[in-house]
Design a protein around this ligand. Structure first.
Ligand SMILES: [Fe+2]
Ligand SMILES: [Fe+2]
Length: 245
């Protein structure tokens, strides 16, 4: 099966995503210009250390493995490929924002972390549509983290980074849904049920990894881990419902 048949929406429908990602750069610049990057981070030492650990892991995860994804999309239409290229560029900018956040917190980056290594290996082994489903899962369960950073991060720079990324991720979720929509409808009912079950298992696992890995940071922003976990799975459920509708 070619990568082109792996997708379901027509290529023309992806032109609006190329327009969105292209014009979104202006919004990035506008939000980033409002962040006072030079402001000192006046945070308790413990909170600073918690955020450093969390940001280091997101810096790796958001940097991701875009080249592999784009290679898998070589058989897709021009607009979809271009939209995917722009999506990967946005993810690289998210990684850069976390690097900037780490500078603000007086810390450096990591070269690797177990959660990122597992996720990257898993993604490389998958076909395009399955990788997109995994991408959507990661974004859906990370959404409450970005939202709580934006709303209740402990200083304005942290809140600015959260705002900047959360706004992008809302659109990323919609873009992944647009690419995956209809794919499940082509399956027989037992296969679709099995796929949905497996998808939920992966989502519960992903939300648990975020809860374990970033629980202290979530608490530092005022979100208890159990509430995060519920919010992550509700976010995933909304994404799945939109994909199968
Ligand atoms: Fe991202
Ligand atoms: Fe994203």
């Amino acid at each position: 099966m070619t990568a082109h048949r792996d997708t379901t929406a027509s290529d023309v429908a992806f032109e609006k995503w190329v327009t969105h990602f292209t014009s979104n750069r202006r919004r990035h610049d506008a939000i980033e210009a409002m962040i006072d990057w030079e402001a000192p981070a006046r945070l308790p030492t413990g909170v600073r250390a918690i955020l450093v650990r969390s940001f280091q892991r997101f810096e790796l995860g958001e940097g991701g493995d875009g080249l592999h994804l784009l290679r898998k999309a070589e058989g897709c239409g021009t607009a979809q490929r271009e939209a995917l290229r722009l999506l990967v560029a946005e993810e690289q900018k998210h990684s850069a924002l976390f690097r900037r956040g780490l500078q603000h917190l007086g810390a450096g980056t990591l070269t690797n972390h177990w959660s990122d290594l597992i996720f990257t290996r898993l993604r490389r082994a998958l076909g395009l549509r399955t990788e997109l489903a995994l991408f959507l899962t990661a974004e859906a369960v990370a959404m409450p983290y970005f939202v709580v950073l934006a709303r209740s991060g402990p200083d304005p720079v942290i809140r600015g980074i959260g705002t900047r990324i959360a706004l992008d991720e809302e659109h990323h979720l919609a873009f992944q849904i647009a690419q995956l929509r209809g794919g499940l409808a082509a399956l027989t009912t037992p296969v679709r049920t099995l796929v949905l079950l497996l998808w939920w298992v992966v989502a519960v696992g992903a939300a648990t990894v975020v809860a374990l890995d970033h629980g202290s940071a979530l608490r530092a922003c005022g979100l208890p881990v159990r509430r995060y976990w519920g919010a992550a799975l509700r976010s995933f459920r909304r994404a799945v419902e939109a994909t199968v509708s």
